[in-house]
Design a binder for this molecule. Structure first.
Ligand SMILES: Nc1ncnc2c1ncn2[C@@H]1O[C@H](COP(=O)(O)OP(=O)(O)O)[C@@H](O)[C@H]1O
Ligand SMILES: [Mg+2]
Length: 352
């Protein structure tokens, strides 16, 4: 070994950065000691394994998509990527993949991994949980405020109905009564019997079909509702009515955003290895409500799940806060991605 090569080897072996080198077929050809520590195995056991065997993105189908990008000849860097490693360790890393072409025109891939402290992700999850707790508290306060006058309102409408000179007018008192009942159900749902959902095996497609038929009544012909269901998604343990309400609020927003014209897609998928909060799930159901409307206004994008945040003059700003609270009571999660022409709300529910 030349002096130069020896020095390079010493540098690589002394580095705290994890360095892996993959051959053209993406099998591991070299790993430095920092890498062995990360994977908790010696190079001897790891060499020859493929990229996707070693590394999986935590919430995405596979890391092989990155490779596609690098194969086009460009280096590529990502920050704070959640990974699951061969040894099932979950880590958050900054990573760089660099294609290296040698003099014989053979390409190898250099993967550099820098661990971002785990607390970074945990703090973020904790902050989110805290924020949701505040949201829940505000919602409960609000629900109590509505609950009390509601009983009086309904009672008064019933008394009024008895006194009405003509039964034609009953139509109006019936509106008051039925709307009061609807609000009562909603309020009860927020307050809940100690806030606990009644869990049963629920078929999410049946729930989505209910949501679909409910919004179909409300929307004009200009809005198409498409279905992209994966029939292999197993039942989830959920409160049927709560789930309908949670999805309905989101689907209604999509309709409203479309202003009478556009497409809504209801999509379901199973996703493996998904982390919600601090809990890692082997299998989750992912329900997506997608619309091709204008997208969420930029100024409220970060806070749409807060109560009273609305982008509409006639909005209450409660829909998404309620949805989130309901889904959270199922140990689930709502995520949102939005740009003009494509807004996706993903509802993730654990499958036991
Ligand atoms: N699919 C969507 N497309 C565009 N904007 C949306 C969408 N969903 C929600 N929003 C925005 O988020 C806001 C908050 O929604 P929500 O909590 O349901 O309250 P509300 O519907 O009463 O305004 C909406 O007012 C709207 O501006
Ligand atoms: Mg709404």
């Amino acid at each position: 070994m030349t002096k130069q090569a020896e020095l390079q080897k010493r540098v690589l072996e002394g580095m705290s950065t994890v360095v892996l080198l993959f051959d053209a077929d993406l099998n591991l050809g070299y790993i430095n000691p920092a890498g062995e520590m990360l994977f908790e195995q010696s190079a001897r056991h790891l060499l020859g394994l493929s990229f996707v065997e070693l590394i999986q993105h935590r919430n995405e189908i596979s890391a092989s998509k990155w490779i596609e990008e690098v194969k086009s000849g460009q280096s590529f860097t990502r920050h704070e990527v959640p990974l699951i490693l061969l040894n099932n360790n979950e880590v958050t890393v900054n990573l760089t993949i660099l294609p290296l072409t040698d003099s014989a025109d053979k390409t190898e891939y250099l993967l550099e991994i820098i661990l971002v402290e785990r607390w970074l992700r945990i703090t973020r999850d904790e902050q989110r949980a805290e924020q949701q707790e505040v949201t829940q508290e505000i919602l409960r306060g609000l629900a109590h405020e509505i609950k009390n006058p509601l009983g009086g309102l309904r009672g008064a409408a019933q008394l009024l109905e008895r006194e009405l000179p003509s039964s034609d007018l009953k139509e109006y008192t019936q509106v008051i009564i039925s709307e009061a009942d609807r609000l009562q159900t909603l309020v009860n749902r927020i307050l809940g019997p100690a806030g606990l959902p009644k869990l049963k095996d629920v078929n999410i497609h049946e729930v989505l079909e209910r949501v679909r038929s409910l919004i179909k009544i409300e929307v004009k012909d200009g809005i198409q509702i498409h279905r992209d269901y994966d029939p292999s998604v197993p039942d989830v343990k959920a409160d049927h009515d709560m789930l309908i309400q949670a999805l309905l609020n989101i689907a209604r927003n999509a309709c409203e955003a479309l202003k009478g014209k556009g497409n809504i897609t209801l999509r379901t998928r199973v996703v493996r290895k998904y982390t919600i909060g601090l809990q890692r799930h082997k299998l989750v159901a992912c329900i997506e409500i997608i619309d091709d409307g204008p997208g969420i206004p930029a100024d409220i994008r970060d806070k749409i799940f807060f109560p009273m945040v609305t982008g509409r003059a006639e909005g209450s700003g409660l829909g998404l806060a309620i949805s989130q609270s309901l889904i959270q009571q199922h140990d689930g999660l709502i995520e949102c991605q939005s740009e003009p022409g494509r807004t996706v709300f993903s509802i993730i529910l654990p499958i036991n």
